[in-house]
Design a protein around this ligand. Structure first.
Ligand code: ACO
Length: 276
């Protein structure tokens, strides 16, 4: 494991065989997200996107929390007393990493939910491509409990993964739920026992690291963009995206894939990938 100082005060970054571990690093504050943390995360994500040591990014939390949501003191209270422009800039920094950067990130992302996950933490969770939770993790849309609505972009984010009845229930009650329920709700791919969390997450990262990275990136982007398109638009866009993928792929994956199946008959796509 190779340590790095790009995370600054609030984020810990480590490299391990193609994986970049990005840990929200305010364990004493249950990784509550401050203005400073947003600035550190923007820099980290920006740098990792062009760092060859990062094939997959795993986002998790140091200590017992994934993240206890937005920092009530160092985000909300801290931005209450400042000018409108400064406040706007703080909100924009948070949106920049939690949503915009993660949603359309050039590299695959996995959220590893190790513990508390409240309110604002749902946004980066949902904007990562995949998510694995500890069965012991505790989730909650606790906004209602302290007198605010699930803002930022949380209400929008949950509506992309949870069904309306369930989402409304948790928005309105603020009731907590565990990792298994998060899996049932579609918020995470899997909930696993706490002592298997890291192992299972790394296992999935390894599978992704084996894939043709260009095609993997294009496939992720294509899926995320078509969610908002009509069928007609999707068909046109996906055909163009598929052509673009072939054009930009330095490995010429499509050609190899076709040839190794049809000509040399050395593999079957239904069972696994062509030899890169
Ligand atoms: N904002 C600011 N400080 C926080 C936050 C937060 N979201 N969460 C925890 N902290 C701080 C506590 O104030 C405390 O600070 P102190 O040591 O200086 O007193 C420290 O982190 C430890 O927190 P405890 O509450 O003592 O830890 P505990 O393990 O007992 O409880 C829990 C953890 C359940 C996560 C609790 O801290 C909590 O309810 N936090 C708030 C969760 C929340 O509702 N987040 C906001 C969601 S809404 C939104 O994000 C928009």
């Amino acid at each position: 494991i190779e340590a790095s100082d790009i995370g600054g005060e609030n984020v810990k970054v480590e490299f391990e065989d193609g994986i970049a571990w990005v840990k929200l690093n305010r364990p004493d504050k249950r990784n509550a997200m401050s203005v400073g943390l947003a600035e550190d995360m923007i820099r980290v994500l920006d740098e990792l996107e062009v760092d060859d040591r990062a094939g997959v990014v795993i986002l998790t939390g140091e200590g017992e929390a994934f993240s206890a949501g937005m920092d009530l003191k160092d985000f909300f209270r801290a931005t209450d007393g400042v000018s409108d422009v400064k406040r706007m800039r703080a909100y924009r920094s948070t949106r920049a990493w939690q949503w915009r950067l993660l949603m359309h990130y050039a590299k695959p992302t996995i959220a590893m939910v190790n513990g508390w996950c409240f309110g604002g933490a749902f946004t980066p969770l949902i904007c990562c491509d995949l998510a694995i939770a500890s069965e012991d993790a505790v989730f909650g849309l606790s906004e209602i409990n302290w007198g605010v609505i699930p803002g930022g972009v949380v209400s929008k984010a949950i509506s992309t993964l949870m069904n309306d009845r369930k989402a409304m229930y948790y928005v309105m009650t603020g009731e907590k739920f565990g990792g298994r329920m998060a899996e049932q709700l579609g918020l995470v791919n899997e909930a696993v026992p706490a002592d298997k969390l890291r192992e299972r997450t790394v296992e999935i990262a390894r599978v992704l690291l084996e894939k043709n990275p260009t095609v993997l990136r294009q496939a992720r982007m294509a899926y995320k963009y078509v969610r908002k398109m009509t069928w007609e638009e999707s068909a046109e866009y996906l055909t163009a995206k598929a052509d673009q993928t072939t054009f930009v792929d330095p490995e010429k994956g499509r050609e190899k894939g076709l040839s190794q199946f049809l000509d040399t008959k050395t593999y079957r796509p239904g069972h696994g990938a062509y030899k890169r």
